[in-house]
Design a protein around this ligand. Structure first.
Ligand SMILES: [Zn+2]
Length: 306
């Protein structure tokens, strides 16, 4: 069935049907090191990226959403080169991540101007490169609440969402703060079916997930392989409970690779972990290939098209 809208990648527009198997929340180049001081939190090696993404391609991956925003190392030119070298469809993010990373100028910039910058990156491209963002986010809150600045950025992101129709993807880590994000987005008039609440698998509470789903937004299990936050077995069981409750079409998967230690070269499980080890775990628990395809092919192409 033909689908409305286009998916905007760093190499240009792609028909939804051509996207293929896609990870919905990843990082190829990112710099958390600037704030954390931990060298493990820096990805800035293009050769390493191409090598590591090769494993993803060999595992059947064809698309990836790169949710690094301007304030922690987004690099449009390098993303386009990596897309060309690997053949992957890479959808790039726009916006700001969370308060510790924000530029000082956030406080001096009106909400409307923040929105306008995101709209320009989505519709015209970044800084004259012609490389367009294809999604808003990841827009974050890192505690059990949003700071005043984080609320401001989220409201600006909401306005950019309404102006463009692009999906809006969030960072809601370790707390059920996705419900607070959703409430603000709904207050701004955003259609929840254009919202992806991220890192839901860092807070494995069924009622939290159901609250997000009943509101009409996507629940994203995007830290697969990050076993210090949750063992993948618990992640799989929680995901399947939602799937069996009828929410298959609102579930997205990814692995949020953002540390050097996530990479195969450093002993990690790599970008392919969702399609290899985690798929295996889901199959063992009775999930069908058709269901895996809906979560990793159909849902991404539906939400990414605008
Ligand atoms: Zn995140």
């Amino acid at each position: 069935m033909a689908q409305a809208g286009t998916i905007h990648t760093v190499r240009g527009p792609v028909e939804p049907a051509a996207l293929g198997r896609t990870l919905a929340h990843e990082h190829i180049f990112c710099d958390f090191y600037r704030i954390t001081g931990n060298l493990n939190h820096l990805l800035n090696d293009e050769e390493l990226a191409v090598e590591e993404l090769g494993a993803l391609v060999r595992a059947g991956g064809t698309g990836l959403v790169e949710v690094t925003t301007t304030d922690f190392g987004r690099d449009p030119g390098r993303l386009r080169r990596v897309a060309e070298r690997t053949g992957l469809h890479i959808v790039m993010g726009t916006g700001w991540y969370r308060q510790p990373y924000y530029p000082e100028s956030i406080d001096r910039t009106p909400t409307e101007a923040l929105a306008r910058q995101m709209i320009a990156e989505l519709t015209q491209g970044v800084d004259g490169t012609g490389i367009r963002a294809g999604i808003i986010g990841e827009i974050g809150a890192h505690g059990s609440f949003l700071t005043a600045q984080e609320e401001r950025v989220l409201r600006a992101a909401a306005r950019a969402q309404r102006a463009t129709g692009a999906a809006l993807t969030t960072h809601a880590s370790m707390y059920p703060v996705g419900t607070a994000q959703l409430a603000i987005l709904q207050e701004e008039g955003v259609d929840p079916s254009r919202v992806i609440i991220g890192h839901c698998d860092t807070y494995l509470d069924r009622e939290y997930h159901l609250t997000v789903l009943r509101a009409g937004a996507y629940v994203q299990f995007d830290t697969v392989g990050r076993v210090h936050m949750n063992p993948d077995e618990r992640r799989a069981d929680a995901l399947i409970a939602l799937l069996r409750a009828g929410w298959l079409e609102r579930l997205l998967l990814s692995s949020d690779r953002c540390h050097r230690s996530d990479m195969h070269a450093f002993g990690g499980v790599g970008y392919d972990v969702v399609f290899t080890r985690f798929f295996g775990m889901l199959r063992e628990r009775g999930v069908s290939q058709a269901e895996l395809d809906i979560m990793t092919i159909e849902n991404p192409r539906r939400v990414l098209a605008w």
